[in-house]
Design a protein around this ligand. Structure first.
Ligand SMILES: *Cc1c(COP(=O)(O)O)cnc(C)c1O
Length: 756
């Protein structure tokens, strides 16, 4: 019988003196990997392969210890060395193999699939430098490579490999596995990450690299800068590399299990996470026909195997590739796509639904919808918008394919793992059932009026705010006051998420304070956001937030009341520090634009109150938490869709409002121009008044007044605690265990206990 302590001692046997945090982490990683290696994958007649270009896993030591039931043992072991897991885990590198919500969703899903005991593995790419590391020290975003693969990492070399024909070369795709243990159920599934044989070294500075050097750089970075053709073609190469190797692996597994290729759908379900893995459809058809199956049968087999998740209605995010790119990267699948287009045209004469359009552009999402069994949106509102607007013609053609699967998050990481004091409070109040069934949090409803519990919650929150304050001090030298309201907006920087509208609130508040209206309590506005390297306006918004942060900090009239904290290099680990400390969850996207959101769910489960628009999963959050326990503002999605359809939104009409104009004009005020970049600020300013594509000025007044009402309510501390407790109590629906059970029930049918 292997034992955590024994393995760790063996690993540390040659260490002289006290082991460092690094050495302790490495020894624990070896031990956990060995223990996981003895567990069995979930088995069944049918197995799921979850294809995703991104898996934003976060640190894995704590999560794996929780799932193995070894957290207490590890803490006891570390106590023997005079330290704690919280202290040493800061030395664990974070694999940032994702951009944001979509990649983090895939990671939560793998945890839930294993924890529900479902046979299902992830399939992705082993990016060596993942998403860039963000440096904000100069008041602008600077990007650096973030190498995460240390001598000890979570990767297990499987020795397996597949040849992929790409751009006229043959590249070997090596398979590395990351083990995915289930929650205390003896199951260990895998995340298979493909990689090139001889990866190049990271660039000495920045994130520029030779995009032509496929053998070295194919898997260097996640989503390489796609502002030029070389970057876009590299991205198509990555996608084809992933799906070709993945499809070969699936067929090899099928044959190794003794099944005929014609039995593919009986034994395999494939989920295509967004359009990035869509080429798996023509690639599987190609491989099947190459192995002697006729084209029509191959199409039928693949269609019964594949399913597609749509993550966005933003047109620019739905991938379309020029045929010439595919001719360059993988000419072998081009004739197959041509035939699929012809088949699609037999099903409908609507040219808007074609795969290969008149401009020789391939629409990946169209190929998915025509040739997948099920198509799902990720929140009720999002699926409804797909059905009635964005994909209406597809829905009319294939109504039976469409289904909703509202996103979820794993409560093992996002409550048990990141907020032990809150988890303990829940255990003491309602018992431990919620740890295996998040719906049991509902039992908390009976206790929300208890003053003692409200006070305990406020104590836990305060303690978490002190801890965040300490972490911010240690990592970026910032002092924050835990008595302040912690107002949190953490997510990728994008105009549709409207960080720029939150910045206008900050300007409004600053002007109030300068005019002598002092708030009852200090406000700390916490932002965590990376901008895509080529997304200029997003970087301009980061610059604006940095300038405002400095302006407030340096003004003795303002600093005691208002602070902006820009959390540098926002990632999963940062989220785990910020979320437990949050009072207000900012979910202020332009209605209809946020497909679901998942930080809204993490924050809800940690007792933050939502300040948001009726968008994405916010709708379902408010439905469950109760309108009186959230702060909702802004135009409805119907209104917004109507404004786009009629082209009748003009920002200058709103800018002229005497209450709005000074806020927008402040962006180019002498106060900011004196320290900021004039080109950047004037770009932002012009965008506000002349474009404002995501309508910040439409909702800004409603936003300000709703936020002020929210801050006023915060002062009734026990009433506020009751709202927070109601949010926690009703958050169980947003467990990814619920989401995965629904995917399995309606799409995958892999649960051996339910049968097919
Ligand atoms: C949850 C999460 C996201 C998604 O946040 P949204 O607000 O839903 O966009 C992005 N990045 C990280 C690191 C996360 O943990």
């Amino acid at each position: 019988m292997k034992d955590l302590n024994v393995i760790v001692e063996r690993e540390l046997a040659n260490v002289e003196g006290e082991p460092t945090a690094q050495q302790l982490i490495e020894a624990l990683m070896v031990a956990v990997r060995e223990l996981q290696g003895d567990l069995e994958p979930a088995k069944g007649e049918r197995k799921l392969y979850y294809f995703s270009a991104e898996f934003l896993m976060g640190r894995l030591l704590r999560a794996n210890l929780i799932n193995l039931g070894l957290l207490d043992e590890a803490e006891a072991l570390l106590a023997g060395y005079g330290t704690t897991l919280a202290e040493v885990e800061e030395a664990e590198p974070e694999p940032s193999l994702g951009n944001g919500g979509l990649g983090r969703l895939a990671a939560c899903f793998l945890d839930s699939i294993a924890s529900l005991g479902l046979p299902g593995d992830g399939v992705g790419l082993n990016y060596h430098y993942g998403l860039f590391r963000q440096d904000l020290s100069h008041g602008i975003q600077e990007e650096h490579a973030d190498p995460w693969i240390a001598p000890q990492s979570w990767l297990v070399d499987t020795g397996r490999a597949f040849w992929v024909q790409l751009r006229g070369q043959h590249l070997l795709a090596k398979v590395y596995d990351v083990q995915i243990p289930g929650y205390q159920n003896g199951v260990c599934n895998q995340l298979h990450l493909f990689d090139v044989e001889n990866p190049a070294e990271p660039p000495a500075e920045g994130i520029d690299f030779d995009k032509q050097d496929l053998a070295g750089n194919l898997t260097s970075f996640l989503y390489p800068d796609d502002s030029d053709d070389a970057g876009r073609i590299l991205r198509v190469c990555q996608q084809y590399f992933m799906v070709s190797a993945g499809a070969q692996m699936i067929l090899a597994d099928l044959e190794a299990a003794g099944h005929a290729l014609t039995e593919l759908p009986e034994h395999v379900a494939i989920q295509i996470n967004d359009t990035h893995p869509s080429m798996v459809i023509p690639e599987l058809i190609r491989l099947l026909t190459e192995r002697g199956i006729d084209f029509g049968t191959a199409v039928d087999l693949v269609q019964r195997t594949c399913n597609y998740t749509n993550h966005t209605i933003l047109a620019e995010a739905l991938e379309k590739w020029p045929v010439s790119y595919l001719e360059t990267v993988a000419p072998q699948i081009v004739p197959i796509i041509k035939k699929l287009d012809e088949l699609a045209r037999e099903r409908t004469d609507n040219p808007g639904l074609s795969i290969w359009d008149a401009n020789d552009t391939i629409h990946m999402a169209h190929m998915d919808v025509h040739f997948a069994s099920k198509v799902n949106g990720v929140a009720e509102l999002h699926t409804e918008i797909l059905e009635t607007s964005t994909m209406k013609d597809f829905y009319d053609l294939y109504p039976e394919k469409f289904t909703n699967k509202t996103n979820g998050v794993t409560f093992r990481r996002w409550l048990m793992g990141c907020n032990e004091p809150l988890a303990q409070m829940l255990d003491d109040t309602i018992g431990c059932a919620w740890r295996t069934d998040a719906n049991a949090l509902e039992d908390l409803v009976q206790h929300v009026d208890e003053e003692e519990l409200q006070n305990r919650f406020l104590g836990v929150k305060y303690h978490r705010k002190e801890e965040l304050a300490k972490w911010l001090k240690d990592t970026q030298g910032v002092d924050v006051n835990p008595d302040a309201v912690f107002d949190v907006q953490i997510k990728r920087l994008h105009q549709y998420k409207r960080q720029q509208m939150n910045a206008l609130y900050a300007i409004w508040k600053y002007r109030q304070i300068k005019a002598g209206v002092k708030p009852a309590r200090p406000l700390v506005m916490i932002f965590g956001a990376k901008a895509a390297p080529a997304y200029t306006l997003a970087k301009d918004t980061i610059h604006l937030l940095c300038l405002l942060s400095e302006l407030f900090a340096n003004d003795p009239e303002v600093a005691p009341y208002l602070q902006i904290v820009a959390v540098e290099n926002y990632n999963v680990s940062a989220a785990e520090h910020v979320i437990p400390a949050a009072d207000i969850s900012e979910q202020i996207s332009l209605a209809s634009k946020e497909a679901s959101g998942t930080s809204n769910m993490k924050l809800m489960a940690n007792g933050a109150v939502t300040l948001g628009t009726m968008d994405g999963a916010n709708v379902e959050i408010v439905e469950r938490a109760g309108e009186e326990n959230a702060y909702i503002f802004g135009r409805s999605s119907e209104d917004v869709i109507d404004l786009y359809d009629t082209g009748s939104y003009h920002p200058w009409d709103y800018w002229r409002d005497p209450e709005v104009e000074p806020l927008v004009d402040f962006v180019v005020s002498p106060e900011l121009l004196s320290t900021g970049d004039p080109a950047s600020l004037s770009r932002l300013y012009k965008d506000f008044i002349a474009a404002d594509y995501f309508m910040a000025l439409l909702d800004v007044k409603d936003y300000i007044s709703t936020k002020e009402r929210c801050l006023a309510d915060y002062e009734n501390r026990n009433a506020w605690a009751r709202k927070a407790l109601m949010n926690i109590a009703r958050s169980g629906h947003f467990s990814s265990d619920r989401t995965i059970a629904e995917y399995d029930r309606d799409i995958w049918h892999v649960n051996p206990e339910l049968g097919q």
